[in-house]
Design a protein around this ligand. Structure first.
Ligand code: GLA
Length: 397
């Protein structure tokens, strides 16, 4: 079903509010202020494909957001309008709809297990590119979750909201993802990265010990986690754990229980593919620890080296990169002022992230922009961003 769309030039918050009024305003007085929630996209500095292995990661939220404007309803119906697509739908949370509506319905369904939510009219607008590996889906989930809590005048611990949105993505959308994206979109703070232990679910905000900038190189190659090799990697890791447990006679529950020593001792008992998947995860957890310490100390060369090593490991051992991502990382590595770069997100397309000397960010962006289409691809794009805060309600005027 299509409905009215609004000015694509304005920011997501204004577009969401305009979209809400256009799609659902009807007889409402214009003074009826909507609830407005935003949630950011994310990049991950190091810690790729560790989250569903109970491992460590180091994401940060970018200053691109999904915004959701919402009005409560007198019944329990949820209607949603996607301003960017000009689509409007009435959701049945017990149904399994497709596309963007699946995320909205899944979040509503999961939240209603714990919170009494009234019906709501929602309008969504975003400047997080979708399919770019920046986790626009977690941003959508968290923004929808915050807005539904907002219209219900309810609050939820931010960790519980992130976990609810993670369950919505797994159960509602069918991706066997870990908690990285929802925790990043929910819990990040401005000017800091988030050190996240996906086993204990404890986290710490890691301030940057100096002036750094973030550059995203979006390859323009779209990825869809549910259709990609993502769930295969999850399975291969489980198989590697089972094979290592059998070979070592130890009670291993995840690759987090494995260190380099144990892996190398039993390497011969593993199929090559399992050995390489495990080697990536085990070494990646070590790189996160290294990068976390170096980030605080302002030792950005060391963080950058960990990012390059992470990319090589994801490319060669984990096999989730692609030609365009490799080209983006290579291009970044040849540009003065770049400390390090790697693919971010699930892979098979999407974006690379570069850590850049803050004082050189504008020049680095210009230089990379000048050759990104010839080096990476016609559809590639580059943009600088700042580490931003996680999902929140904002004043709507
Ligand atoms: C996707 C998933 C995350 C995580 C990353 C890879 O973004 O949604 O859970 O596994 O890939 O680090």
């Amino acid at each position: 079903m299509t409905g009215p769309s609004s000015d694509p030039e304005s920011d997501p918050q204004s577009r969401a509010i305009a979209g809400l009024r256009a799609a659902f305003g009807g007889d409402r007085p214009r003074t009826s202020e909507p609830v407005l929630a935003v949630a950011p996209g994310r990049v991950n500095l190091v810690g790729g494909h560790t989250d569903y292995n109970d491992g460590l990661c180091l994401p940060l939220a970018v200053d691109r957001h999904v915004a959701v404007a919402a009005w409560p309803r007198d019944d329990d119906v949820i209607r949603a309008h996607a301003t960017d697509f000009g689509e409007t739908a009435t959701l049945d949370p017990d149904d399994s709809p497709d596309g963007w509506t699946a995320y909205v319905a899944a979040v509503a369904r999961v939240l209603r297990e714990d919170v009494s939510l009234p019906g709501a009219d929602l309008a969504i607008a975003s400047d997080v590119p979708s399919g770019a590996g920046l986790s626009s889906s977690a941003a959508l989930e968290l923004a929808v979750g915050q807005s539904l809590l907002g219209v219900a005048d309810a609050t939820m611990d931010p960790t519980d909201l992130a976990l609810a949105c993670w369950r919505a993505e797994r159960d509602g959308v069918g991706v066997e993802c870990g908690i990285l994206d929802q925790f990043a979109a929910g819990l990040c703070e401005s000017d800091a990265a988030l050190f996240l232990d996906c086993r204990s679910r404890e986290f710490e905000h890691v301030a940057f010990g100096g002036d750094v900038g973030i550059l995203v190189v979006d390859t323009g190659v779209s990825h869809e986690l549910a259709d990609s090799g993502y769930n295969d990697r999850v399975r291969e890791c489980r198989e590697a754990v089972a094979a290592l447990a059998a070979a070592s006679g130890s009670n291993l529950t995840s690759l987090r229980d494995v260190d380099t020593n144990l892996l190398e001792r039993h390497a011969d008992a593993l199929e090559d593919v399992h050995y390489r998947r495990a080697r990536h995860v085990v070494s990646e957890n070590e790189r996160v620890e290294t990068a976390r310490k170096a980030l605080t100390a302002g030792d950005f060369d060391t963080v950058g080296d960990a990012m390059y090593e992470s990319h090589e490991s994801l490319r060669d051992d984990y096999e989730v990169s692609c030609t365009e991502l490799d080209a983006a990382v290579e291009l970044a590595s040849e540009t003065a002022g770049v400390y390090g770069a790697r693919m971010t997100g699930g892979g098979f397309g999407g974006s690379a992230v570069a850590l850049v000397d803050g004082s050189a960010l504008d020049r680095v962006e210009r230089e990379i922009r000048a050759s990104v289409s010839s080096r990476v691809g016609e559809a590639a794009d580059v943009f600088a961003c700042r580490p931003s805060g996680g999902a929140r309600l904002v004043m709507s005027d």
